[in-house]
Design a protein around this ligand. Structure first.
Ligand code: FES
Length: 124
């Protein structure tokens, strides 16, 4: 039976912006004008490439890797991309989402992205 296909990917793009004057970094920042255009760039490029129906971009709040921002998480795969620019997003779309190969050079450092802890080991 053919149903409505699930998306191949979800992209969680952090859209958190810190209030003016706040010292903490944030993924959308007045100090980085390009950061304010990345979500729109992502969605537009997915549309232009014709893959918006199967790659769903989602705006999220903070993903707790603010020092590495702007960030976005690609699922499935749990791939956290950091230090984003429009150019990097273009490469991620072409090489990872269409080409099937993670763009390793834009992936978060393993030192701040260790293996997950199984909830079953923490649950009380
Ligand atoms: S503000 Fe984007 S990860 Fe925290």
């Amino acid at each position: 039976m053919m149903g409505i296909p699930q998306p191949a990917f979800y992209i969680f793009k952090c859209q958190q912006s810190a209030p003016p004057g706040m010292p903490k970094p944030s993924c959308v920042s007045q100090n980085n004008p390009e950061s304010q255009q990345l979500m729109q760039h992502l969605a537009q490029t997915l549309m232009q490439k014709g893959i918006i129906a199967t790659v769903q971009p989602i705006q999220t709040s903070c993903l707790n890797r603010c020092q590495q921002g702007p960030v976005m998480l690609v699922e499935p795969g749990h791939t956290m991309y950091v230090g984003l620019t429009k150019e990097k997003i273009d490469r991620i779309i072409d090489e990872h989402l269409i080409g099937g190969k993670v763009v390793d050079e834009y992936v978060i450092d393993a030192a701040v992205w260790g293996d997950p802890i199984e909830p079953a080991t923490m649950a009380r």
